[in-house]
Structure formats: C-alpha cells, structure tokens
Unconditional design. Structure first.
Length: 203
C-alpha cells in the first residue's frame, strides 16, 4: 500500500513540475531572428524595387528609415512574412507606407499598458513594448527631463500606457505597429494590400 502511495505521489510531483515548466515557457514569446540593424543592399535583384521613405514612424533614435531609399523584395508569399519584418504596403489613403509586423494571420493580439501580447503571451523583443526614439518609458522621460525639454508629458504617458482590447486576426490579416509609437500607427493590414518586405537601405 505504501509503495502505491509513494508511486502516486511521485507521478503527481512530476506532473506538477511539467505543468510549471510548460506554463513558464509559454508566458513569453520571443523573436531571436529580428535585429534592429538595417542591411545596406548594394545590388538589386530582379524582383526588388526601391522607395524613398519620408516618415519618422520607424525612428528608434537615429531617424531609422527616415529620408532613406529602401529596398523592397516584392516576390514574397505569405510564408515569407515573419513577425518582426518591416513590410511595404498601400495604406488607407492609397499611399505607399512601411511598418513592422507584430502579429500574424489567425493570431490574437492585445496591448496592456504599452506591452504587446500575442495569444496571451508577452511579446518579449525590442518592438514588443511602447518606445519613443528607441527608449522605453523610464529612459525617455529621464532623457527629456535631463535635457530640460519642454514636452507634453501627459500625452507621452498615454502613449507608454497604450492599451487595446484583444483583436483576433483573420487568415489574411497582419497587425502592424511602427517602431515609434508616438509617430507610427497601429493597424490591421489585409494581405492584398501587402506589396513586399523591406530588406534594407538601397546603396
């Protein structure tokens, strides 16, 4: 009888440990492939086009992508688009634009106090949380106050505390957010509006 009880307790303990490890691993979603670096493309392939981008919506402190000629790869299939990619598309006004993919078709996305969650998992990457000029909330306010800048602190607090109810994407939708949450937009992009993927700066 004692052996059976010990066996049951051992099985129960193992199940608890496995359950905890599964929960721990599913609490965050990471992106180990996307970096903040932008490649310089010296030779354009036959399926590449260029676009001169004149918005600061992707600024991470160095006017990233702003006033730059970008190289766009246009022969992308749905399978080629990954989380973290900067994509080139037709916006609501019919103009060409760029932004970063944070959620993929079929996923659920919500934002709580400036933090992105995908299918209930915290998106733990440089573009997974509200930023301004590449700085998080603490870093941004420290910089602005130390430099004695006159700015709308309350308005910026609202940016860093952005919240959005969960949105379920359909099988032909992506969710995009510009790297600079103050200048960028948050939007659902239909696959048909996608033109290509930004692969770097044109030399």
């Amino acid at each position: 009888m004692n052996k059976i009880l010990v066996f049951i307790l051992m099985v129960f303990t193992v199940l608890i440990i496995l359950g905890c490890s599964i929960n721990a691993s599913s609490e965050t979603l990471t992106d180990e492939n996307t970096t903040q670096d932008v490649t310089v493309i010296e030779n354009l392939g036959s399926e590449m086009i260029t676009h001169h981008h004149m918005s600061d919506n992707m600024d991470r402190g160095n006017h990233d992508y702003f006033d730059k000629t970008l190289t766009i790869e246009t022969n992308n299939s749905v399978a080629d688009i990954s989380r973290g990619d900067v994509v080139f598309f037709d916006n609501e006004g019919g103009e060409k634009d760029i932004s970063r993919v944070v959620a993929l078709p079929g996923e659920k996305i919500k934002i709580t106090n400036g933090q992105i969650y995908i299918n209930g998992q915290m998106l733990d990457t440089f573009y997974g949380k509200a930023h301004r000029l590449g700085l998080d909330e603490k870093g941004y306010f420290e910089m602005m106050d130390n430099e004695g800048n006159d700015y709308d602190k309350k308005g910026m607090m609202e940016v860093f505390e952005t919240s959005m109810r969960e949105v379920k994407l359909s099988d032909d939708e992506y969710y995009l957010i510009g790297d600079d949450w103050f200048r960028g937009k948050m939007l659902v992009l239909k696959e048909e509006k996608l033109i290509g993927k930004v692969v770097g700066y044109a030399k």
